[in-house]
Every structure is written in structure tokens, then in C-alpha cells.
Design a protein around this ligand. Structure first.
Ligand SMILES: [Zn+2]
Ligand SMILES: [Zn+2]
Ligand SMILES: [Zn+2]
Length: 239
């Protein structure tokens, strides 16, 4: 957090230095990221993501879309538009916030984006199967995604029973857990633990973590077996 000197913000543990939430998914043929927040450029540079076939958006909050302008680098090297998958509501916000990328008279060097609308049904990006999951962020619908045995959910504070069914059977679940204190639109740590336990997913990582939650080493030690905080640079292999 800018200007903060709490134990997390001054921690020497690199896992306590968190950029905005995003994941990179790679298969044999396909490379995609979920969300492109303000740190997108830094994340792509830091992880050396040389090729990117698509970006999937969970919702239109700025910490999830603000970095979209930087797809220009991929446009340049891949010589094609970036495929962007979003639900109609998020698509509308992207068209508004990045209007210059969608105007008829495009200025050279503006981002080149192909929008694909996500409906309530599974789809594929290259060889990666994607099942959209509808979760609630206070009153705002947000998309979570299941990719085979792996489910990624961020910015939720409520999930309907029919959507929970789509998560059941996952081997790995990434779920948002902001902090310990109650929050209007995000699961707290205990709410996230309870939900994950009820879904019986064996391996659970928490994401979208506030500096208010506490240091990685301290919180990890409090978590039930199979549960841990995600951290920047964490790699999960599903074979
Ligand atoms: Zn802090
Ligand atoms: Zn949000
Ligand atoms: Zn967020």
C-alpha cells in the first residue's frame, strides 16, 4: 500500500510484496492471462511472458483492467489483435475506458483488441477449456473461471449454490480472501476458508490479499492443511 509502514509493507519476505491479482495459464499450445490490472506490464516483464494468446476478464474494476493498454507490445511482436474475453457488462466498460482502441479512425500505436463475449457456457481458448462461473462482488456479477481441475475466483463475497457445483471436483482452487475483518464486497479469510472446506477441494490458495491480512509466514501457519496464501511468482503445475 502506498505510504504504508505496517509490518507487511516493510516486510523483508518477498512474498509480502504483492502486485494486483492476476494469473498466467499455460498449456502446450496456449498462453492466457486472467485480468490485466495496473501492474500488467510489470507482471509480463517480470515473468518474461513472451507470447500471449488471450486475456480473460473477471470484471471491470480498475485493479483488473487498467493495464489493457499495454497489449500493444503483444500486438507489435505477434502482429495480431489481442483476444479479449469478457461478459457483456465488462465489455461495455472496456469499450468506454479504452474508447480510442475501438474508434473507427484509429491512431497508429493504439491497442488492437478483438473482443469475444463470454456467455453462461463453457468455451475454449486454444487447447484450454474454460468454464465461466458467476460469483457476486456485493451487487456486481463477476466471472470466476474453471480450467480443467483448476478454478480461479477473485473479488467474490457470495457464490450461489448452482455456481458452487461448477467448482466442486476441482483439485486446486484459488479464492479471494481480503483480510480478517468483515468487508462489504470481498470474502474475509474465515469466510473463504469455510467456503473452500465446504467444497472439499484438497488444495486451496488465497489471493487478492490486502496488506491488512498480515504477513505470509504468520497467516500460512494459521491455515488448515492444504491451504496457503498465494504469492507473486507462485507456480502451480497440473499434469
Ligand atoms: Zn501496509
Ligand atoms: Zn473488484
Ligand atoms: Zn479487485
Amino acid at each position: 500500500m502506498i505510504g504504508c509502514s505496517c509490518p507487511v509493507c516493510v516486510s523483508a519476505d518477498p512474498r509480502d510484496q504483492r502486485l494486483r491479482s492476476s494469473i498466467w495459464i499455460r498449456s502446450e499450445q496456449t498462453s492466457l492471462v486472467v485480468d490485466a490490472g495496473p501492474d500488467f506490464r510489470t507482471q509480463m516483464l517480470r515473468t518474461s511472458v513472451r507470447s500471449l494468446d488471450a486475456i480473460l476478464l473477471t470484471h471491470a474494476h480498475k485493479d483488473h483492467i487498467a493495464g489493457l493498454d499495454d497489449v500493444r507490445a503483444y500486438n507489435h511482436f505477434q502482429q495480431r489483435p489481442m483476444a479479449l474475453y469478457a461478459d457483456p457488462r465488462t465489455e461495455e466498460a472496456v469499450r468506454r475506458d479504452f474508447y480510442y482502441a475501438f474508434s473507427d479512425t484509429k491512431y497508429p500505436g493504439t491497442p488492437d483488441i478483438d473482443l469475444f463475449t463470454i456467455r453462461d457456457e463453457p468455451f475454449s481458448v486454444g487447447d484450454i477449456p474454460v468454464m465461466p462461473i458467476r460469483v457476486m462482488h456485493l451487487r456486481m456479477p463477476v466471472l470466476g473461471f474453471r480450467f480443467g481441475d483448476f478454478t480461479y475466483i477473485t473479488d467474490a463475497n457470495f457464490i450461489e449454490e448452482s455456481e458452487l457445483d461448477k467448482i466442486r471436483g476441482s483439485r486446486v482452487l484459488v479464492l479471494n480472501a481480503l483480510r480478517k475483518e468483515k468487508h462489504l464486497s470481498h470474502f474475509t479469510l474465515s469466510e473463504a476458508i469455510q467456503l473452500a472446506q465446504s467444497l472439499e477441494v484438497p488444495t486451496v490458495y488465497f489471493t487478492h490479499i490486502s496488506h491488512q491480512l498480515g504477513q505470509q509466514a504468520v497467516i500460512d501457519a494459521e491455515l488448515p492443511p492444504g491451504f496457503q496464501l498465494a504469492y507473486d511468482g507462485l507456480e502451480i503445475r497440473l499434469t
